[in-house]
Design a protein around this ligand. Structure first.
Ligand code: B12
Length: 147
């Protein structure tokens, strides 16, 4: 466990979830621990989360942040389907939507796909190696939430 100084602690409510097709779970555990280490209150919905359940839970919790994590290669396709549904919820108007992991199976169209996910409604898209960028993103988000 990495010890962070108190000044790094953030105050953010977060939902961590996978997508309907994806049963991998250690990526979700990793993200939950990372977010909690930074001081976030996390609800982890787990793997194979149906779209309706994801939308209902997010509407009910109305978190500051949603983190979709998927590694089975279908994240790109499912992210394009999920983002507009989350974006259309009035309760989530102020929620930051992120997605990351191994979002496709070959990576050859990575930048094009990233742009399409952003256009679909995500605020940020992270490759599976982008954990440092994700931490920096969280710290910027925490500043916005607190102020
Ligand atoms: C364990 C495992 C399984 C287990 C999962 C058990 C479980 N309940 O978790 C089982 C056997 C079920 C499985 C099944 C499948 N798997 Co699998 N699996 C793995 C394996 C070996 C390890 C995954 C793991 O737990 N890693 C540990 C966690 C901590 O690391 P991680 O998943 O990489 O997550 C990190 C990053 O991706 C990143 N990250 C993830 N999400 C996010 C989000 C954000 C915002 C950020 C910043 C970072 C981030 O941060 C995490 C920590 O560094 C990997 C190969 C590997 N060595 O990685 C394949 C792998 C993920 N599986 C793969 C595949 C293809 C499948 C199957 C489709 C195989 C099949 N034909 O059936 C199925 C899909 C099942 C499904 N419905 O989803 C592929 C995915 C390929 C791709 N996307 O290009 C991999 C990479 C293997 C490979 N090299 O081909 N799998």
């Amino acid at each position: 466990m990495i010890e962070l100084p108190p000044s790094d602690a953030v105050s953010v409510t977060a939902v961590v979830s996978s997508v309907a097709s994806d049963s991998h779970m250690w990526n979700l555990v990793f993200l939950q621990l990372l977010l909690e280490e930074l001081g976030c209150a996390v609800t982890n919905l787990g793997g194979c989360v149906p779209d309706d359940l994801l939308v209902d839970e997010c509407r009910s919790i109305a978190p500051n942040l949603v983190v979709i994590s998927t590694v089975n290669g279908h994240g790109y396709t499912e992210g394009l389907r999920i983002a507009p549904r989350l974006r259309s919820c009035p309760e989530l108007a102020g929620t930051v939507l992120t997605i990351g992991g191994k979002l496709d199976t070959d990576g050859t169209h990575a930048s094009e796909r990233r742009n399409l996910l952003l256009a679909a409604g995500f605020d940020a898209v992270f490759d599976d190696g982008d954990v440092t960028a994700f931490r920096a993103f969280l710290r910027r988000l925490a500043t916005r939430v607190v102020s």
